[in-house]
Design a protein around this ligand. Sequence first.
Ligand code: NIG
Ligand code: FE
Length: 394
Amino acid sequence: MSALLVDNIGELVTNGVGEGPLGIRREAAVLIEEGRVAWVGPAAYAPAADRRIDAAGAAVLPGFVDSHAHLVFAGDRAAEFAARMAGEPYTGGGIRTTVGATRAASDDELRATVRRLRGEALRQGTTTIEIKSGYGLTVADEARSLRIAAEFTEDATFLGAHVVPAEYADRPDDYVGLVCGPMLAAAAPHAKWIDVFCERGAFDVDHARAILACGQAAGLGVRLHANQLGPGPGVQLGVELDAASVDHCTHLSDADIDALAGTAHSDGSGTRTVATLLPGAEFSTRSPYPDARRLLDAGVTVALATDCNPGSSYTSSMPFCIALAVREMRMTPAEALWAATAGGARALRRDDVGVLTPGARADLVVLDAPSYLHLAYRPGVPLIHQVIRNGVPQ
Ligand code: NIG
Ligand code: FE
C-alpha cells in the first residue's frame, strides 16, 4: 500500500478538530492512503510514507465543493453580458438561446465543454462539483445531458424544469406532465438530484411542488433555484420538501429565514436545508447581493457555489466567489471558506468531502500563500499551487 505524506504545512484547515470554526492546525502533516485521509497531526510526529509532498510552510485546505454548476451546454452569451453591462436587466430569457445551441450540439461537443470547465474548476481548487442538466429540455436532450454529466460527477442534477421551452410556451401544464413523466423516467437513472427554477417567468410554486414531488418519488433528492430575481415562495417550498439546499436566496423575507432556521439539527450542527449563495450571479447580472449575515446570524447553514453557466455567472472560480462573499456579502474569510468547502458538502448531504479528517476523501489544495485569508485578501491572483484529488496529485 503506497502512502503519501503532505508535510510541512504551515496552516492546515481541517473543518474538524482544531482551532476555531475551521479546525486549524499549525505545523501539521496529512497522511494519505488509498485515496483517503489516514492521519492528521503535528509535522514533527508524521509517520513514514513512500512519497512526500513538501508544502514548504504554506496553507493547505480541503478541496472546494462547488454544489451548484450548469456545465452541460453549448455556445456562450457574451453579447448578452455586454448588453447587461450597458444597462439591460437579467430576466433568464437568454436560457432559451442556450437551449437552442445545446440541442444542436453533438454529444462530443457537450462532453468537451464539460471537460474544459471541469478542468478549469479543478485547477482553481474545486475537487467536488455538482453538474445540472437544464439546457436540453427534451426527453432525449435531458437524458444525454445527464449521461454526460454523470461521466464527470457523482452529483448530477436533473433540471428539466429550468424554463418552459418555446414549443410549450402556451401549454406549460403539458410541459410539466412531460417533465414528471417520460423525461424524469429517462433522466432518473443518471441523476442523484432534482432541481426546479421556481421564479416568475419560469415555474410557479404549484408546478415546482408537483415536479419535485415526482422526482422525490423516483428516488431523487430535492434542491431548487429560489428567490433569485424577486421574493417568492421557493425557499419555503424547499423547506416543506426537505430540500438539501435552496439556491440563490437573494430576496428573502423574515418568514423565509425563519423557515430555514426551523430546519436546525437538534445537536447544534446547523440546518438540514442549506442556503446556497451564488455571488457570481449577482456580480455578472449587476444585482444586489444576498444578505449572508442575516442568514448566518439566524443560524442557517450557508454554502457558496459558482452557479457556473453561460448566462448569469460564467465563472468556475470558487476563490473568486469567496472574495465576493467577503467583500460584498459581509461574510468573514473563515465563514466564506467554510461555506465553500464544508458548506458545499452539506448542501450535497455528503460527509466524505469538505473536511480533512481521518476517513475523508483525500481532496486537498496547497496554496501559494501562508494562510487561507489570502483567498479574499489577494483577489484574482492564482493562489492554487497544487491540487490533490482522491489522493492523486493533479
Ligand atoms: O442559476 N436562474 C436560473 N438558472 C441559471 C441561469 C441560467 C442562464 O441564464 O442560462 C442561474 O442563474
Ligand atoms: Fe443556477
